[in-house]
Structures are given as C-alpha cells and as structure tokens.
Design a protein around this ligand. Structure first.
Ligand SMILES: [Zn+2]
Length: 407
C-alpha cells in the first residue's frame, strides 16, 4: 500500500514536471503565445458560430461550417460520418497514441430560437454562446496555434465536432464515433464542453423512459369497476417514490412529466409518464433500472387484481440511455489534466457530469471533459452569457493538455 501510494505520488510528480517542461518547449511556448494573440479573432468566430442555429437533431448547417473551417486549417481526411460528426486529423510522427479532441455542435434550443449574440463590454449574450460554441472555438484555436507554431506531436490528434450531446440527442454522435467511424482507433479522449476551468473525470449515466399505460376506458359511473390506467400509474409512481437508493455513489430517480386522461367523468383509456434515473456507478444505475421495471409491472398486476373488469397494459419505452463510467483519479490522463490546470493557476479540482466522455469512460478508454475557459452563466437558458475575460487561458490549457497526451 505504501509502495503503491509513493508510486502514485511519483507518477504525479513526473507528469507535473513533464507538463511544466513541455510548457517551456520553444514550439509549445510559441503556440501558447499565438493563442493569446489570436483570442480576439476566436471570440469573433465564437459569435459567428453561435449565430448558426444547431437545434437538437439539426446540426448539419453548423457542421458544414466546421467542415469548411477544418479544411481551411489544414486538417487531413476531413469528413462527416453517418451520425453527422465532423472529423479531421492532424497526424503526428506516429498514428498512436491517437487522441480525440471533441466539442459538440448541438444546442438545447429548438428551431426558431433567436440566436443573435449581443455584447456588453467583455460579456457576450446568446443561447449556446458558452455551451458549446466555446468548446468549438477552443478546438479551432488549438488547431491554428499548433500549425502557426509548427508543433510536431509524437502521436496523432483527431479533432471531432460531434452531434447529439444534449438531451434526447443521447450522445449519438460520440456513440457512433466509438462504435463505428473510429471504432478501435481511439486511445485517449478529451472533450471541451462549456466554459470555466473544470476537469470532469466521472460520467453520470442515465436511463430515461416514457411509459404509456392503456386500458379499455369507459363512463366513470356507468363503467365503474373497470381498470383505470391513471390509477395504475399512480401505484407505479408511489412505488418509485419509495425506492431506496445510495447517496454515494449518488443515484437518483425522478418522475418528471405525466399526462393523459379524457374527462373528469371518464375512466381514461390512456396515460403516460416520463422518468429519469441517474448514477455515476454502473451497478447502481442498473439496480435502480431493474427496480423501476418491476415497479411498473407490479403496479399493473395490482390494478388488474383490484378491478377484475378489463386489463391494463404498460409499455416502458426507452427514450434515453447515457452509459455511466469514470476515469480513475490515479490515471495518467487525469493526473496530466490536473497538473496542466495547476500550471495555469487553476485548482484542478475534479468533478462529475454527463458529457461526451461518458461513452469512452464506459468502455474503459481514458477520458476527461474540460471547460473552455472564460466564465459562463445560465447555460441551457435563453439568457446564456459568456464573459471573455482571460478566456485564452482555457484554450492554452487545452493545447498543453492535448499535446502532453500525444506522448
Ligand atoms: Zn455541453
């Protein structure tokens, strides 16, 4: 144990020193300076990209623009895969390690949302300006700075502007990347998501369902004695409410929406509920999912036993599945991310979240999600804003981290 501990400390010290040494490398130094110099240009770019709408499942136009920018920046083999991910390669001396650097194209905002960006001093206001237009321009800033300073990396960096990170997009872009377009070719993964200086090494997974309960329906007085879908659903909700879940690892459940029924004086023929369950621990997530399925089944059986006329059916439709996972705090990628963050004066505190990194984390591929710098407020709201003060530090940290990981 003592040996293990000192080994971990030693590794962390070495990686920290390596990162500091790397920051002193003349080419890297020049790249970091280029980022600072070019930041005003990238702030312009961030505004321009934000004003190209990218509603859920409709990222193509913004994706086309990223494809153009990837080509313009000299990336190789630039292409769009079948999930709409824009992929471009910056080859290193060797094909491996192949580090994927990703940021998501999509926003949570529906079609028709006014995405114009307003400026007040250093603050930009517009839906999606931080999450994740910041990540997209950090990615572009890193590519341009590496080129400008002619940085040669030992391994290869594959840049990806991905689709479907938000909501019911259900990580479809990154799932496709790992299961199809770059299957078996990714050694390490970084995503830049949103703003600030965070390092996320725990991926909170989730199951989301829409459950529809159905019965024959009838008159509230005339058909009294008939099974009732809403009353069956009420039984299910009461059972869900009584679930005993661990506080650590934090595991949660929520019945978020319900609907259905015909009239106050009708036994309904249909109703529905939407349920969300989350945990950063695979087993706890599976366990609460099993309890949920049993609760629905038992509720239907109880309702059918209670009223012998007619019968209820329930159909739980899976509308969201984000796999859970984590990258150990002792792993090289997390130690490097923390060391690099500290070089820029950031705390390097670790956090948890639900991001593109969930997918590689679940597959056991080293992954972290980092913030893109600056200060973001009210992400996912129409009032979202981004303070650009010292935002270049976020891009500098990302560049140093990705280059360190190609070693
Ligand atoms: Zn995001």
């Amino acid at each position: 144990m003592r040996f293990l501990l000192s080994f971990v400390l030693l590794t962390s010290l070495c990686v920290g020193q390596d990162a500091a040494k790397l920051a002193e490398d003349p080419a890297i130094k020049a790249a970091l300076e280029a980022i600072k110099k070019n930041e005003p240009h990238f702030i312009e770019e961030q505004v321009r990209i934000c004003e190209i709408p990218a509603p859920p499942f409709k990222e193509e136009v913004r994706g086309k623009e990223l494809e153009r920018l990837f080509k313009e920046a000299g990336l190789q083999n630039v292409r769009i895969d079948k999930a709409g991910n824009v992929i471009g390669v910056r080859p290193g001396a060797a094909a491996h390690p192949n580090v994927v650097f990703a940021a998501h194209l999509d926003t949570v905002f529906p079609e028709g949302t006014d995405v114009h960006v307003k400026r007040e001093g250093t603050v930009l206001k517009g839906p999606g300006i931080g999450d994740d237009c910041r990540g997209l321009v950090v990615m572009l800033g890193v590519i341009r700075a590496l080129n400008e300073a002619k940085v040669k990396t030992p391994g290869t960096i594959t840049f990806v502007a991905d689709t479907g990170e938000e909501g019911l997009g259900d990580l479809r872009g990154i799932k496709n990347l790992f299961n199809d377009s770059l299957k078996g070719q990714i050694d390490k993964f970084i995503s830049v998501d949103g703003t600030g200086l965070s390092v996320t090494n725990v991926g909170v997974g989730s199951y989301r369902y829409r459950v529809t309960f159905k019965g024959p329906g009838g008159h509230s007085f005339g058909a009294f004695g008939m099974v009732n879908p809403i009353q069956a659903m009420g039984r299910a909700i009461a059972k869900i409410d009584a679930f005993d879940v661990p506080t650590s690892p934090k595991t949660t459940f929520n019945v978020g929406r319900v609907g259905g029924g015909t009239s106050v004086n009708a036994i309904p023929f249909e109703c529905w509920m939407e349920v969300d369950m989350r945990s950063s621990d695979k087993n706890s997530l599976e366990s609460v999912n099993t309890k949920f399925k049993n609760a629905v089944k038992e509720a239907v059986e109880e309702e059918n036993r209670r009223w012998k006329r007619g019968s209820i059916t329930a159909d739980p439709e899976l509308v969201g599945l984000r796999p859970a996972g984590s990258t150990s705090a002792d792993s090289g990628i997390v130690i490097t991310a923390v060391a690099v963050s500290k070089l820029f004066g950031f705390s390097g505190n670790l956090g948890e979240g639900s991001t593109d990194s969930n997918v590689p984390m679940n597959l056991g591929i080293p992954a972290v999600t980092i913030g893109g710098g600056g200060r973001g407020m009210e992400a996912h709201a129409l009032t979202e804003s981004f303070d650009t003060k010292d935002s270049h530090l976020g891009t500098q940290r990302a560049l140093l981290l990705v280059t360190a990981l190609t070693r």
